[in-house]
Design a protein around this ligand. Structure first.
Ligand code: 5GP
Length: 183
């Protein structure tokens, strides 16, 4: 679905499909350089990271493994709860693995800071983060993100995996959701 198909639900187009794919290519070159000769385990955080994972994994000229976790985040609202609960755990053993967490967005940072600690405690060799979007003004905890696509304003965004009440995940770009949609 195109951003223009839901133009009435958006106040602003933030990122087009082209801007996103250019950025994914750029990040992939950095990741290839840093993991040369390695076989990293990409851990996608469901469901938002599905699109980033699919595009990043195909862009990478590296052998990788892929696994998925689901953790609780916003439910149907737009505010971070800070409560992290594992809804679906990994299938992989992390001992000695180089783990790269693939995320759609870092807002407060609460989810990721918890996740990094959790995965490190499982014996991973390294745990790094690749996030397409980051909201610097919303940060509540400092998270060391090695690969970041775009810093964006502190607004609720949808598209490219990001939903509001499960809608808009299939948009090709990212836009700011109009307040009338969630009012
Ligand atoms: P954090 O723990 O960093 O506050 O939140 C992380 C999670 O909250 C993200 O993985 C995402 O699921 C959700 N989230 C944060 N900001 C947004 C946003 O602007 N739009 C949407 N759709 N989800 C968001």
């Amino acid at each position: 679905m195109e951003l223009s198909d839901v133009a009435a639900d958006l106040t602003e187009v933030l990122l087009t499909e082209k801007q996103i794919s250019d950025k994914i290519a750029e990040l992939s070159r950095l990741i290839e350089r840093d993991y040369e000769g390695e076989r990293p385990l990409l851990v996608g955080v469901l469901k938002g990271a599905v699109m980033v994972m699919a595009d990043l994994a195909r862009e990478l000229k590296l052998h990788i493994d892929m696994d998925w976790m689901a953790v609780s985040s916003y439910g149907a609202g737009t505010q971070s709860s800070g409560v992290v609960r594992i809804l679906k755990d990994l299938d992989s053993d992390l001992h000695g693995r180089k783990v790269l967490i693939v995320e759609d967005i870092i807002d407060s940072g609460l989810t990721l800071s918890w996740l990094v600690k959790n995965l490190r405690a499982r014996g991973a060799d390294s745990v790094e983060i690749c996030a397409l979007l980051r909201k610097p003004e919303a940060a509540k905890v400092q998270v060391d993100v090695k690969y970041v696509g775009f810093d964006i304003p502190n607004a609720f965004v949808v598209g490219y995996g990001l939903d509001y009440a499960e809608k808009y995940r299939n948009l090709r770009g990212v836009g700011i959701l109009a307040p009338h949609v969630y009012a």
